[in-house]
Structure formats: C-alpha cells, structure tokens
Design a protein around this ligand. Structure first.
Ligand code: TEU
Ligand code: CA
Length: 541
C-alpha cells in the first residue's frame, strides 16, 4: 500500500465554526476568528482542518440547512474572507476540508421554493414529493431523525415532501440527473477555490427506495429511546444505488487531484461495519472507487474496555478492503464528548489510542484540552433536535460550547455574549493555561502528535494485535523494521507486564502519566492504573 497521501498520514481537526473564535463580538464564531487561531493548530501539529458548514443558512440546524451552496453566510464572513483563509491555511502547510451537505437543502433554498411553487414546476422533481396516503396521512412510515414523521404536507399543492431531518431541511431527489449535475458543480466551485476535500454529510441516505416502502419494525427498539429508531431504516438508508453515486462523487473530486495535491472525500456514515466499508467502493477489478475515508465511528459507541476495543480494532482491520485507508474518530459535534463519556483519566488513554492506531485520526476541537459536555438549561437550549425530542439526552448543545482559549473574559472566545454558555471550568481549563503545563492534556496531545510524526511506524506502520493481560490493550506498529509497542491499561489496578514482548533496548517514548521516565528496567514494566505507554527504541519526543 502506498501511504503517500496527506489524508493517510495526517491528522484531521474538526472546527465547529460557531464555537471556535468570534472576531467581531456578535458571540458567534467566524472565519476571521479561525484565521486568528491557526497558530494553535500549528502548535498542536495537525495537518488538516475540517470546518462544519459555513454557507448561507437560516440556521434551523446551524448551517446543515443550506440556502446557497456557493457563498459564505454573512455571520461567518465573506467569500473574500474565505479565500484569505484558504491562503493562510495553505501557507501553513495545512489542508482545508469543507462540509458538503448533499442530502437536503434549506426550505429557503431557491430550488425548494421553486419546487414547492407548483406540481408542474420544472424543479418539482428535484425533491421527493408524494401524494398523501388514502387516509390523508403521510405516504409511508418513515421517521425524521429529529422526531416525528419524515413527511410534511404542503397544503398549496396537496402533496407531502420528504425530510430525513427537520421540515426546514427537505431531501433532494438524487435519482434526478439535474440534481446530481447541480451538486457536482457545487463541489467544483469549492475545488476551484483550492479546497482539499469534503466531509460528506449523511452520505448513506441520498437515495431512497424507489417504491417508498414502509420501514420494518426494529426488534431491538426499547420504548423511551430515540424515537427515530422505532423502525429499521431498510428503505431509507444505504440503498444499493448509493454505490454508483459515491463513485460519481469520487470522479468529480479526482478530476482535481494531481501528484502535488490529492483531494479527499470523507463520508459520514453511521452503519454497521460490513456496510460502512462498502463505501470504499471496491470494484470487481480491485480498485477503490468510493470515498477514501468512510468515517469509522466505532470508538464513539464502544464500551471502554481493553478486550472489547481489541476485538473492534481487529474486526475493523480484517474488514478493510486491500489498500483501503483506515481512520478513527473519538467524537464530533453530534456526540457527547470523550472526556465526559470516559472520564478525565481515561480521556488521556483515549488520546493515546486515537493517535497510535493505524489510520487517519480525526480530532474534535476542544478535546485536546479535555473539554467536557456542558449542561444546558432548558430555557437556553439551541439545538433543534433537543427542542423536538427533549429530555432524552439526545441534544447536541453540550458538546458545542465555545472553545476555551484563556482566562480572559468569555475564555477569549468573544468580546460579546457567546451564543451558547461556556463550561464552568474555563478559567482553569484553557489553551493558555495548559500550553506551559507538562502534565496537561494539551501537552499530551502535542507530544503524541509529534511522536506520531517522528515515528514512521506510528503513521505508516502496519497494525499487529498483541496478546496481553488483565484489562490491557496491546498492539505493535511496525514500518521498515522499526517497531513500536503500545500498551494501554483500561483498568483501575496497576499491571506488572510479564507476557507482552517489548522491543530490545526498549525505552518509553510516551506515557499518559507525566511522571513516567524513559527507562524500561530488565525488559519489563509496571503500568499504573489507566496508564498508556508507547514503547520503542528511538528517542522520546
Ligand atoms: O448528522 C447526521 C446524523 O446521523 C445525526 O442525525 C446524528 O445521528 C444525530 O446528530 C445524533 O447524534 C449530520 C450532521 O453531522 C448533523 O449535525 C446534522 O444535524 C445532520 O447531519 C443533518 O444535516
Ligand atoms: Ca462573529
């Protein structure tokens, strides 16, 4: 396998733009804010920035409802400001990945306004319109991911339109060739402006069953959980026709790739392993024609135990088609933060896991300083998902709070009032306070990233699962004869390692425990509770 592409060797950093840095005091993060904070990304050592949607939007779903695919929302900046950001990002040898939202537009997008204007409108077929059921209700039983039916009646024309998310986010009809052509032009618009790739929103859902059949019951559904899971999304997700679309998207993007700059597609897919790897698009000839990185979200749902994670990594490695690039994710703007899911000590272990597994890591802003979920008072809720399905812990505001930069007012995020409250701990937990602290989470992230960069075994090497004892996860990474062993103690007890073979003349290259020295005595070592170490023969980072 050639591992020459930046998106294989690099690290992706996700910015939720509303929450990263405000530059004009309106309490909302923006592009000039991101521009002002690029040095943080350089100091951290990441390679690419993925920015969640920045296009004109009524903000019903905070930018995932787009009313113009080829402009910048005035709250975030201007096209000229965007171009300036692209040059500054590239000047720092970073890559820029935009969010592409092809499943749905805003209901304020001119395409939808035309489509809904009349049954005879030329754009009628750009969206999914169906007659009511005989009883006047929705055409089938499909549910919106954000609560309620996936169908809303348009009284003026007497038909329902389909929306997998909010009614303000009507689903496009990807069976219509004009829709495809228009959306591919959107990709070209940004590729011409120098964008290095796209994270593709809900990639699996673009094509729906042509007969709009009812989804079957989900036997695992338990009353009280997310109501959208009542049915198995058999006819609304991951249809066979998706593979052709994925290949088309890839060809559009590949046309802009050359030896100097390869462009990447990252697919957002919440699918079982065997279906997720299908989006690499392995052809009969053995060529990978799909997205280069189908997001691997398995660590987000995983029980935090060594044996379970060991199995999950082995299964993933085994399921990858030949030549496929693996990737790993601990969190994003839709899921509870890692530090809240596993606690502050295990979050350090999680950082080591993310940055030493084989595959492109994606890091969610704020996780590098151990930011936690923030409880949002009911009257302060912003997320439409929480508003529509309240009180079930599904809301996404807790993981979207402003980045904590310093102990200046509002953590340095804004001079105004932040759109969402800050975490209570911002005076202590911030980039400035952690930058000089050898024991901080930020220092750990910087060291692990630097080590990954310095050790080809870590960013290019193969993955070898090792047997180990107790609640320890052990694996080796090896490249051109250079071998690194990673040992992660998920348990609350100290573990004297006796069986895991360490490389000859071993030293500790990194530990989650800041007090650990380099020395490995007599080829053996005692792991502290929740300690992770990287063992090798080079010099420590
Ligand atoms: O998320 C798609 C998705 O699957 C979410 O519904 C997710 O399951 C949910 O947030 C529960 O965690 C993408 C975006 O990442 C999300 O922010 C958007 O709201 C959504 O698409 C619609 O565009
Ligand atoms: Ca602003």
């Amino acid at each position: 396998m050639s591992a020459d592409h930046w998106w294989q060797q690099g690290i992706v950093y996700q910015i939720y733009p509303r929450s990263f840095q405000d530059s004009n005091g309106d309490g909302i993060g923006d592009l000039d804010g991101i521009r002002a904070r690029l040095d943080h990304l350089v100091a951290l050592g990441v390679d690419a920035v993925w920015i969640s949607p920045i296009y004109p939007s009524p903000m019903a779903d905070f930018g995932y409802d787009i009313s113009d695919y080829c402009d910048i929302d005035p709250r975030f900046g201007t096209l000229a400001g965007f171009d300036a950001l692209v040059s500054e990002i590239h000047a720092r040898r970073l890559k820029l990945i935009l969010d592409f939202v092809p499943n749905h537009t805003s209901d304020r997008h001119p395409w939808f306004m035309q489509s809904r204007s009349a049954r005879s409108d030329p754009r009628r077929d750009w969206y999914l319109w169906r007659d009511p059921a005989p009883d006047g209700g929705p055409p089938n039983n499909w549910l919106s991911n954000f609560g309620g039916p996936a169908w809303t009646l348009d009284p003026a024309t007497g038909q329902y339109y389909c929306h997998s998310f909010l009614k303000e986010q009507p689903d496009l009809n990807w069976r219509n060739p004009e829709v495809r052509a228009a959306m591919y032009e959107v990709l070209r618009f940004w590729l011409r402006r120098g964008v290095d790739g796209f994270r593709v929103d809900v990639l699996s859902d673009l094509i729906k069953d042509e007969h709009f059949r009812d989804n079957p019951p989900n036997p695992a559904f338990v009353a009280g959980q997310d109501p959208a899971h009542r049915w198995l999304p058999l006819y609304s997700t991951d249809r066979p026709e998706m593979q052709q679309i994925v290949a088309e998207l890839r060809r559009v993007v590949d046309a802009f790739s050359d030896a100097a700059s390869s462009r990447v597609l990252i697919g957002e897919l919440y699918l079982p392993l065997s279906r997720m790897v299908a989006y690499y698009g392995l052809s009969a000839e053995g060529v990978l024609e799909g997205v280069q990185l189908p997001f691997n979200f398995q660590l987000i749902a995983a029980p935090w135990q060594a044996r379970r994670i060991d199995r999950l990594v082995r299964d993933y490695e085994a399921a990858l088609p030949a030549g496929a690039a693996p990737n790993w994710v601990l969190g994003n703007h839709d899921k509870p933060r890692i530090a809240s899911r596993v606690g502050p000590q295990m979050a350090r272990l999680a950082a080591m896991l993310l940055l030493t597994l084989r595959g492109t890591p994606t890091l969610y802003y704020g996780d590098e300083i151990g930011m936690t979920d923030v409880a949002i008072r009911p009257e302060e809720v912003q997320d439409p998902f929480e508003k529509r399905v309240p009180g079930k812990g599904l809301g996404r505001d807790p993981e979207r709070t402003p980045m904590q930069w310093s102990d200046a007012p509002q953590a340095g995020f804004t001079t105004g009032t932040p759109w969402l409250r800050l975490a209570d701990d911002w005076r202590e937990r911030n980039v400035e306070s952690q930058a000089g602290d050898p024991a901080s989470m930020l220092t750990l992230y910087r060291r692990l990233i630097a080590l990954r960069r310095a050790q080809p075994a870590l960013n290019r090497g193969g993955y070898e699962a090792l047997e180990s004892e107790a609640d320890v996860l052990a694996y080796a990474r090896e490249f051109e004869g250079q071998r690194v062993v990673v040992l992660l103690n998920f348990g609350a007890g100290a573990v004297p390692l006796s069986t895991t073979p360490l490389p000859a003349r071993s030293i500790v290259l990194a530990s989650t425990d800041p007090s650990r020295g380099e020395l490995v005595q007599n080829g053996s070592l005692v792991l502290a509770p929740y300690e992770g170490v990287v063992i090798g023969t080079g010099s420590a980072a």
